[in-house]
Design a protein around this ligand. Structure first.
Ligand SMILES: [Zn+2]
Length: 685
């Protein structure tokens, strides 16, 4: 979803980002700023939890960061029939789920996600409360391999000696458990048949709320609307995190075959490819559709004056729209009595043109005026950045939710189109666990949005300043580390999940170069496409791709809330040699990067092995992070450029390393007292 929406949900204003973090420019009196000789313990590897150790032992994952030789994942294939009745605002559905247990373990139980039970009002909910309570997702039938579950019977016990009996518990919660009489053997399949109904919540206060699923009785935007099998993986077995609202999902991949029965005249959009246009569209709409891939023009498929059976759709009383999607991790759709349907194309490298569909209410056309070109740019840019867009189409759906993502579907107008399109890479293509590790989903997305926005302006992206700015936030007690389960992230959920990752990747770019970061992440995208990477897989793969052990970097960014807090403590010149005493008051180390500016005239500037000349009078000199590994908090950086007078020295000139007070990064200190605090950033931060 969008950060704007996340902010509304958590009612969170990041205190430090708002700029009223207490400033204490005096490094000598800050906690952690101990005397120059005191050692600093620097951790150089990342913690391995029991979950990742087990996976390494089992060979499902390993230290290369690529899927291990024994890697497996479940597959769940859905065949769904759903009927929408606008007068009751209710979907009645039945589904057959083919559960492929590709794991080496038998499954004695199956967990179901019943997200619509969040509308019951009596289940735990996050900081966002839907505008209407309903009776939730009412399950009317469950059978497993043809055997019906008695929905009225109490659930079977789990203890030793208790006879196994097919039963279910938790049907009124967002997570239900089916206990199986006979486990699903390893590497076999089971068939679940489920029937249910769910009323789509509306509510007058919820017209712009992402968990509202309709405008009155004329537009429906169903999401998370059918019972889903929860994720079962090699790290933790069943994912039993309950659905609270803000953190979204972690789903199995599989095939969807979905038939949606609505009144004739109602246009249906959704995940997948429409299989029966000859049955549900007019001949006129089909002719217009045939032209969509021919140019970048935005073509009207169904106009605002074409409404009702025989006009907006084929004639009849009710129509069944049939969609199919291969290898997706969810299915979302929308329908309205008077949708305007427009379409254009994006050209995907190595693949060709794919359609971009837009369905919106006629009176909201202005919100979609630029949606086609924005979405085209996003699809084409992110395809080049990471990996080609893998799906056969993308659809923007109008409705109360205007910042949410599903496979091939974004509930978005032009406002969030770039960001929501970004989600097609994560979690729709790279199936990360966003309920635990929101940063691998929303965080990566925020980073790529910066690059996309610059590309759209035809300007080089500027990531300077971002890494440094984290220094103003570090130390806030309400900040959870990024590895902390995002569902439990508290008041700084939005910063942890959305905001911090671009700052981390800005620093990484300051070490290896931004292009290298992006190249490595492109490999990560391709290696883990349609699989489920853990943070450790990402970390180890990045280390391999960047050809250095960045354990220290990942440890401080992902497991702690520490910063670098660098400063220039002293500068002394003796003959041709200048010694710069660099100090790091924080726990996170960084390479030492100095910008050295020389007088216009004097002895020739002699090259230094670790220096790059930017121009005749400016050099960038770099020492690797290793200089800190002996535990000292100070480093004497020796400059010997042959005696040309040095006029200015700036530490971390690209502002990539977290620093509470960039004002002490410059020598000599400006006359009249050094400016301190964020405003003193060399990058205008
Ligand atoms: Zn998002």
């Amino acid at each position: 979803m969008t950060r704007r929406v996340a902010l509304l949900i958590t009612l969170f204003v990041p205190v430090a980002m708002a700029g009223f973090q207490a400033q204490n420019p005096d490094a000598q009196t800050r906690p952690g700023a101990t005397s120059a000789g005191a050692p600093r313990a620097i951790r150089r590897d990342v913690p391995l939890t029991n979950a990742i150790r087990r996976a390494h032992d089992a060979g499902t994952r390993d230290m290369t960061g690529r899927p291990g030789k024994n890697y497996w994942q479940l597959q769940t294939d859905y065949a769904i029939n759903a009927r929408l009745d606008p007068p009751t605002q209710t979907i009645t559905g039945n589904e057959t789920i083919t559960l492929h247990n590709n794991s080496p373990q038998p499954l004695a139980e199956v967990f179901l996600r019943l997200d619509h039970n969040i509308y019951r009002g009596l289940v735990p909910r996050g900081g966002s409360v839907p505008a209407e309570n309903t009776e939730g997702m009412v399950i009317t039938k469950i059978s497993v391999n043809g055997e019906a579950v008695d929905l009225a019977a109490p659930a079977g016990g789990r203890g030793a000696g208790v006879a196994r009996r097919l039963s279910v518990s938790g049907l009124d919660q967002t997570l239900a458990r089916i206990a199986l009489a006979a486990p699903v053997p390893a590497r076999s399949t089971a068939k679940l048949e489920i029937a249910w109904r769910t009323k789509l919540p509306g509510g007058t206060n919820g017209r712009g709320h992402r968990m509202t699923q309709r405008f009155d009785e004329m537009l429906f935007q169903p999401t998370q609307w059918f019972p889903r099998v929860a994720k079962y993986d090699d790290l933790r077995g069943w994912d039993t995190n309950i659905y609270l609202g803000p953190a979204e999902f972690y789903n199995n991949f599989g095939r969807f075959d979905v038939r949606i029965d609505v009144p004739a005249g109602w246009i249906v959009s959704g995940t997948g490819v429409l299989q029966n246009p000859q049955e549900v569209l007019t001949a006129r709409a089909r002719e217009r559709m045939a032209k969509v891939l021919e140019s970048d023009a935005v073509i009207t498929i169904v106009g605002p004056d074409e409404v009702g059976p025989g006009q907006s759709t084929a004639a009849g009383d009710r129509l069944v729209w049939h969609f199919m999607a291969e290898m997706v991790n969810d299915f979302a759709w929308a329908t309205a009595k008077n949708f305007v349907w427009r379409a254009t194309r994006a050209t995907i490298p190595g693949k060709g043109a794919v359609p971009i569909h837009m369905v919106h209410l006629p009176e909201r056309a202005n919100l979609f005026a630029n949606a086609g070109p924005i979405t085209r740019h996003a699809l084409e840019f992110y395809s080049k950045l990471w990996a080609p867009y893998p799906f056969p189409q993308l659809t923007l759906q109008d409705g109360p939710s205007a910042g949410m993502e599903y496979p091939m579907v974004i509930n978005s107008n032009q406002g969030a189109a770039d960001h929501e399109t970004g989600h097609q890479w994560w979690p729709m293509m790279v199936g990360n666990n966003e309920t635990w590790y929101g940063w691998m989903d929303e965080g990566f997305n925020e980073y790529m949005n910066i690059l996309s926005e610059a590309d759209e302006r035809k300007a080089p992206p500027n990531l300077d300043g971002l890494g440094q700015s984290y220094g103003r936030i570090s130390g806030d007690e309400s900040e959870p580390p990024m590895m902390w389960n995002a569902n439990n992230a508290g008041s700084m959920y939005s910063f942890q999940t959305y905001g911090k990752t671009p700052l981390m990747l800005s620093m990484l770019g300051g070490i290896v170069g931004d292009a290298e970061v992006q190249r490595a992440m492109s490999t990560y995208t391709k290696v883990w496409a349609f699989k489920h990477p853990s943070p450790w897989d990402y970390i180890f793969l990045m280390n391999q791709e960047l050809k250095q052990d960045l354990g220290w970097f990942w440890y401080y960014w992902l497991w702690t809330t520490e910063s670098v807090d660098g400063s220039i403590a002293n500068v002394a010149t003796s003959g041709a040699r200048t010694t710069v005493t660099v100090r790091q008051a924080g726990q996170m180390p960084s390479p030492v990067v100095l910008k050295v500016q020389f007088a216009a005239t004097g002895p020739a500037v002699k090259p230094m092995a670790n220096a790059k000349m930017v121009n005749d009078t400016t050099a960038i000199v770099t020492w690797p992070v290793d200089v800190w590994f002996n535990g000292s908090r100070t480093f004497e950086a020796a400059l010997d450029f042959g005696g040309r007078a040095i006029t200015t020295i700036t530490l971390d000139p690209s502002c990539r390393f977290p620093d509470r007070d960039p004002g002490d990064n410059v020598w000599p200190k400006p006359a009249g007292g050094a400016p301190t605090g964020p405003r003193a950033s060399a990058c205008g931060g």
